[in-house]
Design a protein around this ligand. Structure first.
Ligand code: NDP
Length: 449
Protein backbone atom coordinates (compact mmCIF):
# COMPACT_ATOMS: atom_id res chain seq x y z
CA UNK A 1 0.00 0.00 0.00
CA UNK A 2 1.10 3.55 -0.50
CA UNK A 3 1.83 4.89 2.95
CA UNK A 4 0.50 8.08 4.49
CA UNK A 5 2.93 10.97 4.26
CA UNK A 6 5.36 11.23 7.18
CA UNK A 7 4.60 14.29 9.33
CA UNK A 8 8.13 15.67 8.76
CA UNK A 9 7.48 15.63 5.01
CA UNK A 10 4.03 17.21 5.12
CA UNK A 11 5.36 20.82 5.47
CA UNK A 12 7.69 20.24 2.53
CA UNK A 13 4.73 19.12 0.46
CA UNK A 14 2.66 22.13 1.57
CA UNK A 15 5.53 24.37 0.44
CA UNK A 16 5.53 22.65 -2.97
CA UNK A 17 1.79 23.32 -3.26
CA UNK A 18 2.09 26.99 -2.41
CA UNK A 19 5.18 27.61 -4.59
CA UNK A 20 3.67 25.89 -7.63
CA UNK A 21 0.00 26.89 -7.70
CA UNK A 22 -2.34 25.20 -10.16
CA UNK A 23 0.16 22.55 -11.27
CA UNK A 24 -2.01 19.60 -10.27
CA UNK A 25 -0.10 16.86 -12.11
CA UNK A 26 3.18 18.07 -10.56
CA UNK A 27 1.57 18.02 -7.11
CA UNK A 28 0.34 14.47 -7.74
CA UNK A 29 3.79 13.25 -8.78
CA UNK A 30 5.53 14.90 -5.81
CA UNK A 31 2.97 13.58 -3.34
CA UNK A 32 3.46 10.02 -4.58
CA UNK A 33 7.22 10.18 -4.10
CA UNK A 34 7.06 11.94 -0.73
CA UNK A 35 4.57 9.37 0.57
CA UNK A 36 7.24 6.70 0.05
CA UNK A 37 10.10 8.56 1.73
CA UNK A 38 9.15 8.38 5.44
CA UNK A 39 11.49 5.46 6.26
CA UNK A 40 14.29 7.01 4.20
CA UNK A 41 14.58 10.19 6.26
CA UNK A 42 14.73 8.07 9.40
CA UNK A 43 17.55 5.93 8.03
CA UNK A 44 19.44 8.81 6.40
CA UNK A 45 19.14 11.91 8.65
CA UNK A 46 21.81 13.66 6.57
CA UNK A 47 19.29 14.04 3.72
CA UNK A 48 17.23 16.23 6.08
CA UNK A 49 20.24 18.34 7.12
CA UNK A 50 21.15 18.97 3.49
CA UNK A 51 17.51 19.75 2.57
CA UNK A 52 17.75 17.23 -0.24
CA UNK A 53 14.00 16.74 -0.62
CA UNK A 54 13.31 20.49 -0.80
CA UNK A 55 16.10 20.88 -3.36
CA UNK A 56 14.92 17.92 -5.47
CA UNK A 57 11.42 19.42 -5.69
CA UNK A 58 12.77 22.67 -7.15
CA UNK A 59 13.96 22.40 -10.79
CA UNK A 60 17.54 23.55 -11.39
CA UNK A 61 16.33 25.62 -14.36
CA UNK A 62 13.03 26.25 -16.17
CA UNK A 63 12.96 27.66 -19.66
CA UNK A 64 9.75 28.98 -21.26
CA UNK A 65 9.84 30.48 -24.73
CA UNK A 66 7.77 31.71 -27.65
CA UNK A 67 7.62 29.50 -30.74
CA UNK A 68 6.38 31.51 -33.75
CA UNK A 69 5.85 29.66 -37.04
CA UNK A 70 3.93 29.99 -40.27
CA UNK A 71 1.22 27.54 -41.36
CA UNK A 72 0.66 26.42 -44.95
CA UNK A 73 -1.78 29.28 -45.57
CA UNK A 74 0.83 31.83 -44.58
CA UNK A 75 -0.81 32.63 -41.23
CA UNK A 76 1.44 33.30 -38.26
CA UNK A 77 0.94 30.86 -35.37
CA UNK A 78 2.34 31.17 -31.88
CA UNK A 79 2.93 28.35 -29.42
CA UNK A 80 4.71 28.10 -26.10
CA UNK A 81 7.84 25.99 -25.64
CA UNK A 82 9.14 24.53 -22.39
CA UNK A 83 12.25 22.82 -21.10
CA UNK A 84 12.52 22.01 -17.42
CA UNK A 85 16.06 21.01 -16.45
CA UNK A 86 15.18 19.33 -13.20
CA UNK A 87 18.21 17.60 -11.78
CA UNK A 88 21.73 16.95 -13.05
CA UNK A 89 23.26 15.15 -10.06
CA UNK A 90 23.77 11.92 -12.02
CA UNK A 91 24.44 13.24 -15.52
CA UNK A 92 23.23 15.63 -18.22
CA UNK A 93 19.50 16.40 -18.14
CA UNK A 94 17.73 13.70 -20.10
CA UNK A 95 14.06 13.38 -20.99
CA UNK A 96 11.68 13.67 -23.90
CA UNK A 97 9.78 16.46 -25.61
CA UNK A 98 5.97 16.28 -25.70
CA UNK A 99 3.94 18.08 -28.37
CA UNK A 100 0.28 18.01 -27.32
CA UNK A 101 -2.36 20.69 -26.91
CA UNK A 102 -2.68 19.89 -23.18
CA UNK A 103 0.95 20.78 -22.42
CA UNK A 104 1.59 23.49 -19.82
CA UNK A 105 4.27 23.96 -17.18
CA UNK A 106 2.60 21.61 -14.66
CA UNK A 107 2.65 18.67 -17.10
CA UNK A 108 6.30 19.23 -18.01
CA UNK A 109 7.26 19.51 -14.33
CA UNK A 110 5.47 16.30 -13.37
CA UNK A 111 7.20 14.48 -16.21
CA UNK A 112 10.59 16.02 -15.39
CA UNK A 113 10.25 15.17 -11.71
CA UNK A 114 9.40 11.52 -12.48
CA UNK A 115 12.27 11.41 -14.93
CA UNK A 116 14.86 12.11 -12.19
CA UNK A 117 14.07 8.89 -10.35
CA UNK A 118 13.41 6.83 -13.46
CA UNK A 119 16.78 7.76 -14.91
CA UNK A 120 18.48 6.95 -11.61
CA UNK A 121 16.88 3.49 -11.65
CA UNK A 122 18.42 2.68 -15.04
CA UNK A 123 21.87 2.75 -13.39
CA UNK A 124 23.12 4.91 -16.29
CA UNK A 125 24.69 8.39 -15.96
CA UNK A 126 21.71 10.59 -16.80
CA UNK A 127 19.97 13.41 -14.94
CA UNK A 128 16.29 14.32 -15.29
CA UNK A 129 14.53 16.85 -17.51
CA UNK A 130 11.53 17.19 -19.80
CA UNK A 131 10.20 19.61 -22.37
CA UNK A 132 7.61 20.22 -25.02
CA UNK A 133 5.01 22.53 -26.39
CA UNK A 134 1.25 23.09 -26.50
CA UNK A 135 1.56 22.62 -30.28
CA UNK A 136 -0.91 20.03 -31.62
CA UNK A 137 0.66 18.00 -34.43
CA UNK A 138 -2.63 16.34 -35.44
CA UNK A 139 -3.71 17.29 -38.94
CA UNK A 140 -0.56 19.34 -39.65
CA UNK A 141 1.33 18.86 -42.91
CA UNK A 142 4.95 17.66 -42.95
CA UNK A 143 6.04 21.18 -43.87
CA UNK A 144 4.17 22.69 -40.94
CA UNK A 145 5.72 20.15 -38.57
CA UNK A 146 9.17 20.98 -39.99
CA UNK A 147 8.70 24.75 -39.63
CA UNK A 148 7.46 24.33 -36.09
CA UNK A 149 10.37 22.05 -35.10
CA UNK A 150 12.87 24.46 -36.64
CA UNK A 151 11.45 27.42 -34.75
CA UNK A 152 11.34 25.41 -31.51
CA UNK A 153 15.00 24.40 -31.86
CA UNK A 154 16.07 27.92 -32.84
CA UNK A 155 15.46 28.90 -29.22
CA UNK A 156 16.15 25.64 -27.44
CA UNK A 157 19.55 24.85 -29.02
CA UNK A 158 21.42 27.27 -26.73
CA UNK A 159 20.40 25.22 -23.70
CA UNK A 160 21.36 21.81 -25.13
CA UNK A 161 24.55 19.83 -25.57
CA UNK A 162 25.69 16.23 -25.25
CA UNK A 163 27.11 17.01 -21.78
CA UNK A 164 24.36 19.47 -20.83
CA UNK A 165 20.86 18.50 -21.85
CA UNK A 166 19.79 15.73 -24.23
CA UNK A 167 16.11 15.64 -25.33
CA UNK A 168 14.26 12.77 -27.02
CA UNK A 169 10.67 12.01 -28.12
CA UNK A 170 7.44 11.60 -26.17
CA UNK A 171 3.76 12.05 -27.10
CA UNK A 172 3.58 13.72 -30.52
CA UNK A 173 7.35 13.60 -31.06
CA UNK A 174 8.53 10.60 -33.07
CA UNK A 175 11.32 9.97 -35.56
CA UNK A 176 10.03 12.60 -38.04
CA UNK A 177 10.13 15.39 -35.43
CA UNK A 178 13.48 14.24 -34.01
CA UNK A 179 14.94 14.43 -37.54
CA UNK A 180 13.79 18.04 -38.03
CA UNK A 181 14.95 19.06 -34.55
CA UNK A 182 18.40 17.51 -34.98
CA UNK A 183 18.75 18.99 -38.47
CA UNK A 184 18.11 22.49 -37.17
CA UNK A 185 20.48 22.02 -34.21
CA UNK A 186 23.22 20.88 -36.59
CA UNK A 187 22.61 23.83 -38.89
CA UNK A 188 22.64 26.50 -36.18
CA UNK A 189 25.64 25.17 -34.28
CA UNK A 190 27.61 23.90 -37.26
CA UNK A 191 28.39 20.80 -35.22
CA UNK A 192 27.50 17.18 -35.94
CA UNK A 193 26.87 16.46 -32.29
CA UNK A 194 24.99 13.16 -32.48
CA UNK A 195 24.70 12.76 -28.72
CA UNK A 196 22.66 15.96 -28.33
CA UNK A 197 19.34 14.24 -29.05
CA UNK A 198 18.18 10.62 -29.01
CA UNK A 199 15.62 8.67 -30.99
CA UNK A 200 17.46 9.56 -34.22
CA UNK A 201 16.98 7.57 -37.43
CA UNK A 202 19.22 4.54 -37.85
CA UNK A 203 20.96 6.12 -40.85
CA UNK A 204 22.19 9.15 -38.88
CA UNK A 205 23.25 8.03 -35.42
CA UNK A 206 20.16 6.33 -34.01
CA UNK A 207 20.30 3.14 -31.98
CA UNK A 208 18.80 -0.21 -32.80
CA UNK A 209 15.88 -1.05 -30.46
CA UNK A 210 15.26 2.62 -29.46
CA UNK A 211 11.91 2.64 -31.29
CA UNK A 212 10.86 -0.59 -29.59
CA UNK A 213 12.54 0.05 -26.24
CA UNK A 214 9.82 1.53 -24.04
CA UNK A 215 7.20 -1.05 -25.03
CA UNK A 216 9.60 -4.01 -25.02
CA UNK A 217 11.09 -2.88 -21.71
CA UNK A 218 7.66 -2.51 -20.09
CA UNK A 219 6.77 -6.07 -21.07
CA UNK A 220 10.14 -7.36 -19.78
CA UNK A 221 9.41 -5.67 -16.45
CA UNK A 222 5.89 -7.13 -16.20
CA UNK A 223 7.31 -10.52 -17.15
CA UNK A 224 9.63 -10.29 -14.12
CA UNK A 225 6.66 -9.36 -11.89
CA UNK A 226 4.75 -12.36 -13.26
CA UNK A 227 7.71 -14.67 -12.55
CA UNK A 228 7.57 -13.63 -8.88
CA UNK A 229 3.99 -14.96 -8.91
CA UNK A 230 5.08 -18.13 -10.75
CA UNK A 231 3.20 -16.89 -13.79
CA UNK A 232 4.10 -15.88 -17.34
CA UNK A 233 2.58 -14.05 -20.33
CA UNK A 234 1.72 -17.35 -22.06
CA UNK A 235 -2.00 -17.49 -22.89
CA UNK A 236 -2.73 -14.32 -20.89
CA UNK A 237 -5.44 -12.00 -22.18
CA UNK A 238 -4.04 -8.46 -22.17
CA UNK A 239 -5.34 -4.94 -22.75
CA UNK A 240 -3.02 -2.13 -23.86
CA UNK A 241 -4.30 1.44 -24.06
CA UNK A 242 -2.99 3.85 -26.69
CA UNK A 243 -1.80 2.97 -30.18
CA UNK A 244 1.32 5.11 -30.36
CA UNK A 245 4.97 4.20 -30.00
CA UNK A 246 4.76 2.65 -26.53
CA UNK A 247 1.52 0.74 -27.14
CA UNK A 248 2.60 -0.73 -30.48
CA UNK A 249 5.84 -2.24 -29.18
CA UNK A 250 4.18 -3.36 -25.96
CA UNK A 251 1.75 -5.36 -28.08
CA UNK A 252 4.62 -6.72 -30.19
CA UNK A 253 6.52 -8.07 -27.19
CA UNK A 254 3.40 -9.47 -25.49
CA UNK A 255 2.74 -11.40 -28.71
CA UNK A 256 6.31 -12.67 -28.72
CA UNK A 257 5.96 -13.93 -25.15
CA UNK A 258 2.73 -15.79 -25.96
CA UNK A 259 0.09 -13.38 -24.61
CA UNK A 260 -2.93 -12.12 -26.54
CA UNK A 261 -3.84 -8.42 -26.70
CA UNK A 262 -7.56 -7.95 -27.36
CA UNK A 263 -7.84 -4.14 -27.24
CA UNK A 264 -5.98 -0.90 -27.90
CA UNK A 265 -7.11 2.71 -28.27
CA UNK A 266 -6.51 6.33 -29.15
CA UNK A 267 -8.08 9.47 -27.74
CA UNK A 268 -11.33 8.88 -29.65
CA UNK A 269 -12.10 5.36 -28.39
CA UNK A 270 -10.93 1.76 -28.37
CA UNK A 271 -10.92 -1.25 -30.65
CA UNK A 272 -11.92 -4.64 -29.28
CA UNK A 273 -10.77 -7.64 -31.31
CA UNK A 274 -11.34 -10.91 -29.50
CA UNK A 275 -9.21 -12.80 -32.04
CA UNK A 276 -6.24 -10.68 -30.97
CA UNK A 277 -5.23 -7.23 -32.24
CA UNK A 278 -3.68 -7.40 -35.72
CA UNK A 279 -0.45 -5.53 -35.01
CA UNK A 280 0.66 -5.16 -38.62
CA UNK A 281 -2.62 -3.41 -39.38
CA UNK A 282 -2.21 -1.07 -36.38
CA UNK A 283 1.34 -0.23 -37.48
CA UNK A 284 0.17 0.50 -41.02
CA UNK A 285 -2.68 2.73 -39.80
CA UNK A 286 -0.79 4.59 -37.08
CA UNK A 287 2.89 4.61 -38.04
CA UNK A 288 2.66 4.78 -41.83
CA UNK A 289 -0.67 6.42 -42.66
CA UNK A 290 -1.17 8.42 -39.41
CA UNK A 291 -4.87 7.50 -39.30
CA UNK A 292 -7.32 6.96 -36.42
CA UNK A 293 -7.65 3.59 -34.66
CA UNK A 294 -11.37 3.52 -35.52
CA UNK A 295 -10.34 2.71 -39.12
CA UNK A 296 -9.18 -0.73 -37.87
CA UNK A 297 -12.74 -2.07 -38.19
CA UNK A 298 -12.79 -1.23 -41.93
CA UNK A 299 -10.26 -4.03 -42.41
CA UNK A 300 -11.32 -6.43 -39.63
CA UNK A 301 -15.12 -6.68 -39.76
CA UNK A 302 -15.45 -8.82 -36.65
CA UNK A 303 -13.72 -6.18 -34.49
CA UNK A 304 -15.68 -3.41 -32.76
CA UNK A 305 -14.82 0.25 -32.23
CA UNK A 306 -16.23 1.56 -28.98
CA UNK A 307 -16.34 5.17 -27.97
CA UNK A 308 -17.43 6.89 -24.75
CA UNK A 309 -16.56 3.89 -22.58
CA UNK A 310 -13.47 2.82 -20.70
CA UNK A 311 -11.09 0.32 -22.27
CA UNK A 312 -10.56 -1.06 -18.73
CA UNK A 313 -14.08 -2.53 -18.75
CA UNK A 314 -12.70 -5.35 -20.88
CA UNK A 315 -11.80 -8.44 -18.81
CA UNK A 316 -8.06 -9.19 -18.90
CA UNK A 317 -5.32 -10.67 -16.75
CA UNK A 318 -2.68 -8.10 -17.65
CA UNK A 319 -3.36 -4.38 -18.19
CA UNK A 320 -0.77 -2.03 -19.67
CA UNK A 321 -1.90 1.62 -19.75
CA UNK A 322 0.29 3.17 -22.44
CA UNK A 323 -1.44 6.39 -23.55
CA UNK A 324 -1.36 9.27 -21.08
CA UNK A 325 -1.58 10.46 -17.45
CA UNK A 326 -4.60 9.66 -15.26
CA UNK A 327 -6.28 7.45 -17.86
CA UNK A 328 -6.98 4.61 -15.40
CA UNK A 329 -9.20 5.65 -12.47
CA UNK A 330 -10.17 4.04 -9.17
CA UNK A 331 -13.36 2.76 -10.80
CA UNK A 332 -11.38 1.26 -13.68
CA UNK A 333 -9.03 -0.42 -11.19
CA UNK A 334 -12.04 -1.86 -9.37
CA UNK A 335 -13.38 -3.30 -12.64
CA UNK A 336 -10.03 -4.78 -13.61
CA UNK A 337 -9.65 -6.43 -10.19
CA UNK A 338 -13.19 -7.81 -10.34
CA UNK A 339 -12.46 -9.26 -13.79
CA UNK A 340 -9.36 -11.14 -12.61
CA UNK A 341 -6.49 -8.81 -13.50
CA UNK A 342 -3.27 -9.93 -11.73
CA UNK A 343 -0.68 -7.52 -13.14
CA UNK A 344 -0.57 -3.90 -14.30
CA UNK A 345 2.46 -2.34 -15.98
CA UNK A 346 2.44 1.41 -16.61
CA UNK A 347 3.85 2.01 -20.10
CA UNK A 348 2.75 5.64 -19.90
CA UNK A 349 3.82 8.15 -17.25
CA UNK A 350 1.46 8.27 -14.24
CA UNK A 351 -1.50 6.74 -16.17
CA UNK A 352 -3.11 5.41 -12.98
CA UNK A 353 -4.78 7.84 -10.57
CA UNK A 354 -3.70 7.66 -6.90
CA UNK A 355 -7.02 5.98 -6.06
CA UNK A 356 -6.41 3.37 -8.76
CA UNK A 357 -2.89 2.66 -7.48
CA UNK A 358 -4.22 2.24 -3.95
CA UNK A 359 -6.87 -0.24 -5.10
CA UNK A 360 -4.37 -2.35 -7.04
CA UNK A 361 -1.93 -2.48 -4.13
CA UNK A 362 -4.65 -3.36 -1.63
CA UNK A 363 -5.92 -6.15 -3.89
CA UNK A 364 -2.45 -7.68 -4.26
CA UNK A 365 -2.25 -6.95 -8.00
CA UNK A 366 1.40 -6.75 -9.12
CA UNK A 367 1.67 -3.07 -10.00
CA UNK A 368 4.64 -1.73 -11.95
CA UNK A 369 4.79 2.11 -11.72
CA UNK A 370 5.84 4.01 -14.85
CA UNK A 371 9.14 5.22 -13.47
CA UNK A 372 10.29 1.60 -13.26
CA UNK A 373 8.23 -0.10 -15.95
CA UNK A 374 8.76 2.36 -18.81
CA UNK A 375 12.42 3.16 -18.03
CA UNK A 376 13.57 1.00 -20.96
CA UNK A 377 13.04 3.91 -23.35
CA UNK A 378 15.35 6.33 -21.64
CA UNK A 379 17.80 3.53 -20.85
CA UNK A 380 18.12 2.76 -24.56
CA UNK A 381 18.48 6.48 -25.22
CA UNK A 382 21.47 6.40 -22.88
CA UNK A 383 22.80 3.44 -24.88
CA UNK A 384 22.34 5.57 -28.02
CA UNK A 385 24.45 8.28 -26.35
CA UNK A 386 27.14 5.69 -25.56
CA UNK A 387 27.23 4.54 -29.18
CA UNK A 388 27.39 8.15 -30.41
CA UNK A 389 30.25 8.97 -28.02
CA UNK A 390 32.30 6.02 -29.26
CA UNK A 391 31.15 6.45 -32.91
CA UNK A 392 29.93 2.89 -32.85
CA UNK A 393 26.67 1.11 -33.57
CA UNK A 394 25.56 -2.09 -31.96
CA UNK A 395 23.46 -4.93 -33.37
CA UNK A 396 19.77 -5.33 -32.66
CA UNK A 397 20.36 -8.56 -30.72
CA UNK A 398 23.08 -7.06 -28.51
CA UNK A 399 21.10 -3.89 -27.76
CA UNK A 400 17.98 -5.88 -26.97
CA UNK A 401 19.97 -8.04 -24.57
CA UNK A 402 21.32 -4.91 -22.84
CA UNK A 403 17.76 -3.56 -22.53
CA UNK A 404 16.50 -6.84 -21.08
CA UNK A 405 19.34 -6.92 -18.52
CA UNK A 406 18.58 -3.33 -17.50
CA UNK A 407 14.88 -4.11 -17.00
CA UNK A 408 15.73 -7.19 -14.94
CA UNK A 409 18.03 -5.09 -12.76
CA UNK A 410 15.38 -2.41 -12.29
CA UNK A 411 12.93 -5.09 -11.22
CA UNK A 412 15.42 -6.58 -8.80
CA UNK A 413 16.40 -3.23 -7.28
CA UNK A 414 12.79 -2.06 -6.84
CA UNK A 415 11.70 -5.44 -5.45
CA UNK A 416 14.57 -5.63 -2.96
CA UNK A 417 14.30 -1.99 -1.90
CA UNK A 418 10.58 -2.43 -1.17
CA UNK A 419 11.41 -5.44 1.04
CA UNK A 420 14.26 -3.62 2.78
CA UNK A 421 12.04 -0.66 3.66
CA UNK A 422 9.16 -2.77 4.97
CA UNK A 423 6.76 -2.77 1.98
CA UNK A 424 7.26 -6.13 0.29
CA UNK A 425 6.08 -6.41 -3.35
CA UNK A 426 5.24 -2.70 -3.41
CA UNK A 427 7.08 -1.58 -6.54
CA UNK A 428 5.85 2.01 -6.08
CA UNK A 429 7.70 2.35 -2.79
CA UNK A 430 10.66 0.35 -4.13
CA UNK A 431 11.09 2.53 -7.23
CA UNK A 432 10.66 5.83 -5.39
CA UNK A 433 13.11 4.96 -2.64
CA UNK A 434 15.76 3.30 -4.82
CA UNK A 435 15.73 6.19 -7.33
CA UNK A 436 15.70 8.84 -4.63
CA UNK A 437 18.61 7.43 -2.57
CA UNK A 438 20.87 7.31 -5.61
CA UNK A 439 20.22 10.94 -6.53
CA UNK A 440 20.30 12.12 -2.90
CA UNK A 441 23.70 10.55 -2.22
CA UNK A 442 25.16 12.21 -5.31
CA UNK A 443 23.71 15.58 -4.25
CA UNK A 444 25.18 15.28 -0.75
CA UNK A 445 28.58 14.39 -2.24
CA UNK A 446 28.56 17.44 -4.53
CA UNK A 447 27.84 19.96 -1.77
CA UNK A 448 25.44 22.86 -1.86
CA UNK A 449 25.13 23.61 -5.57
P1 NDP B 1 2.53 8.66 -29.01
O1 NDP B 1 2.27 10.07 -29.35
O2 NDP B 1 3.29 7.81 -29.93
O3 NDP B 1 1.14 7.93 -28.69
C1 NDP B 1 0.29 8.37 -27.70
C2 NDP B 1 -0.97 7.51 -27.73
O4 NDP B 1 -1.75 7.83 -26.59
C3 NDP B 1 -1.83 7.75 -28.94
O5 NDP B 1 -2.54 6.60 -29.27
C4 NDP B 1 -2.77 8.86 -28.44
O6 NDP B 1 -4.00 8.93 -29.13
C5 NDP B 1 -3.00 8.40 -27.02
N1 NDP B 1 -3.31 9.56 -26.19
C6 NDP B 1 -2.56 10.67 -26.01
N2 NDP B 1 -3.19 11.54 -25.23
C7 NDP B 1 -4.34 10.96 -24.91
C8 NDP B 1 -5.44 11.36 -24.14
N3 NDP B 1 -5.46 12.57 -23.53
N4 NDP B 1 -6.48 10.49 -24.01
C9 NDP B 1 -6.47 9.29 -24.62
N5 NDP B 1 -5.46 8.86 -25.39
C10 NDP B 1 -4.43 9.69 -25.53
O7 NDP B 1 3.23 8.70 -27.55
P2 NDP B 1 4.08 7.58 -26.83
O8 NDP B 1 3.54 6.24 -27.17
O9 NDP B 1 5.49 7.88 -27.07
O10 NDP B 1 3.79 7.92 -25.29
C11 NDP B 1 2.73 7.29 -24.56
C12 NDP B 1 3.00 7.44 -23.07
O11 NDP B 1 4.23 6.78 -22.75
C13 NDP B 1 3.15 8.86 -22.54
O12 NDP B 1 2.66 8.93 -21.22
C14 NDP B 1 4.67 9.06 -22.51
O13 NDP B 1 5.06 10.06 -21.59
C15 NDP B 1 5.08 7.68 -22.06
N6 NDP B 1 6.48 7.32 -22.34
C16 NDP B 1 6.95 7.32 -23.62
C17 NDP B 1 8.26 6.95 -23.87
C18 NDP B 1 8.80 6.83 -25.25
O14 NDP B 1 9.92 6.33 -25.40
N7 NDP B 1 8.05 7.19 -26.29
C19 NDP B 1 9.19 6.65 -22.78
C20 NDP B 1 8.57 6.59 -21.47
C21 NDP B 1 7.27 6.95 -21.28
P3 NDP B 1 -4.27 10.18 -30.13
O15 NDP B 1 -3.43 9.88 -31.33
O16 NDP B 1 -5.73 10.13 -30.38
O17 NDP B 1 -3.84 11.42 -29.40
Amino acid sequence: MTTKMDEKLEPIFQEVLSRNPGEVEFHQAVREVLESLGPVIVKYPEFGQHKIIERICEPERQIIFRVPWQDDKGNVQINRGFRVEFNSALGPYKGGLRFHESVYLGIIKFLGFEQIFKNALTGLPIGGGKGGSDFDPKGKSDNEIMRFCQSFMTELYRHLGEYTDVPAGDIGVGSREIGYLFGQYKRITNRYESGVITGKGLNYGGSMVRTEATGYGAVFFVDEMLKVRNESFAEKICVVSGSGNVAIYTIEMINELGGKVVACSDSSGYVYDEKGIDLELVKQLKEVERRRISDYTQYRNHARFITGKSIWDIPCQVAMPSATQNELTGKDAQNLIKNGCIAVGEGANMPTTPEGVKKFLEAGVSFGPGKATNAGGVATSALEMQQNASRDSWTFAYTRERLQDIMKNIHEVTYETAEEFGSPRNYVVGANIAGFIKVANAMVAMGLI
